[in-house]
Design a protein around this ligand. Structure first.
Ligand code: ZN
Length: 379
């Protein structure tokens, strides 16, 4: 099914084109037409929103970090120019051991796609930082809410101050590639360049090295996973089918009320799930931030039995960055409960935000202080 091109929005001299694909939505964002095909040495960072050249000395150096003899040899996919899909034509047999998330709905054992504890929502926003991100951060701050932010390298170098704010305010920062290209369509070397340039932009800006990365469109297979794993990253997607489709609002393909209805329909379902869940949302366009802060989160905060935390928190991960916690404050898991039997404030200074039933007990000052000291030590 091909959706019409519905809107084109200017952002940082980039245009955004939105596609949808049957079975799994694909979004092609911030792609600058006319990316040069002629190599020129990088001075500071690669051209924005373009797949970086792999003959650059910096990239050549990064390539030494990966033993490609250990990387599965599946050929790069081809992006359909009309649909944006990377999946081969219907009827094509994809090897089971390729484990292609978008085309086979295959999750690898190490994929981060859920929060382990039922009733826990791993809150994530992708594609920032953008001019609209501060409005999201303002709202989150008001509600003492932390989130995982999967940032695009090209946006990081465009809006470094915004990323610094996000990091300073304790959000969990992850990698969302340099140019937001479907990763299975890239060569092994390009995959390395996309991840490492984004890592470099983040390290240059906030001083820590993210471990979590999210493939654009969820487009990952065992070849791309292997490279990411060798570079020390954790492949993080979202719970299958938990896509709010908020990215379709700017394209006029859907409406904010439809997105909110989608979210609302999940709420009874998540109560019966054996795990918590991770949702796909974005903070690139104003409409995405609007629906988050005026629709989805206010609704979620009214929901009993829901604990809303960044992915690193829901997975009790004390090492969201290679350096440790950075500004992230990890609340010991024994201070939260999915049962809803604990009573306490609706939010805590640590950013663990629970629903109306108040799942997070009041934290002892000592616990918070210990977390803060730990954060400073490991920065
Ligand atoms: Zn994205």
């Amino acid at each position: 099914m091909v959706k019409p091109l519905a809107s084109v929005l200017a952002l940082s001299a980039a245009i955004s084109v939105v596609f949808a694909h049957a079975g799994h939505a694909l979004e092609k964002r911030a792609t600058t037409p006319g990316c040069s095909t002629t190599y020129a040495p990088v001075t500071a960072y690669p051209a924005l929103d373009c797949v970086p050249f792999t003959q650059d000395p910096q990239v050549v150096n990064w390539l030494k970090l990966v033993d490609f003899t250990k990387t599965p040899t599946f050929k790069p996919s081809v992006v359909d120019a009309t649909t944006g899909s990377t999946c081969p034509p219907a009827g094509t047999v994809i090897p089971a051991d390729q484990c292609w998330w978008t085309c086979q709905k295959c999750e690898a054992p190490d994929d981060v796609t859920t929060c382990p504890t039922p009733g826990t929502w791993g809150l994530t926003y992708d594609d920032g930082p953008s001019p609209d991100s501060p409005r999201l951060y303002d709202y989150l701050k008001t509600h003492n809410q932390k989130a995982t932010l999967f940032v695009v390298g090209s946006r990081v170098v465009s809006y470094p101050t915004t990323l610094k704010r996000a990091y300073t305010e304790g959000h969990h920062i992850g990698i969302h590639t340099w140019s937001h290209t479907a990763m299975t369509s890239l060569t092994n070397e390009q995959v390395v360049a996309e991840l490492k340039w984004t890592e470099k932009a983040i390290v240059d800006t906030i001083g820590v090295t993210p471990i979590y990365w999210r493939p654009p469109y969820g487009d990952v297979d065992n070849r791309v996973r292997n490279i990411a794993t060798q570079l020390g990253y954790k492949t993080s997607i979202w719970t299958m089918d938990f896509d709010t489709n908020d990215w379709n609002i700017p394209a006029n393909i859907t409406t904010a009320s439809a997105v909110i209805s989608t979210f609302q329909a999940w709420l009874p379902k998540v109560a019966g799930m054996k795990t918590g869940f991770i949702v796909l949302e974005h903070d690139l366009f104003p409409q995405e931030v609007d629906v988050a802060i005026t629709g989805i989160l206010p609704l979620a905060y009214q929901q009993k039995g829901l604990t809303i935390v960044p992915i690193a928190q829901c997975r009790n991960d004390a090492k969201p960055y290679k350096e440790g916690l950075g500004t992230f404050v990890l609340v010991p898991n024994n201070t939260t409960s999915p049962s809803g039997t604990n009573s306490g404030p609706k939010s805590s200074p640590t950013g663990v935000h629970s629903g109306a039933s108040g799942l997070v007990p009041a934290l002892a000052g000592s616990a918070l202080a210990a977390g803060s000291v730990l954060a400073m030590t490991l920065f």
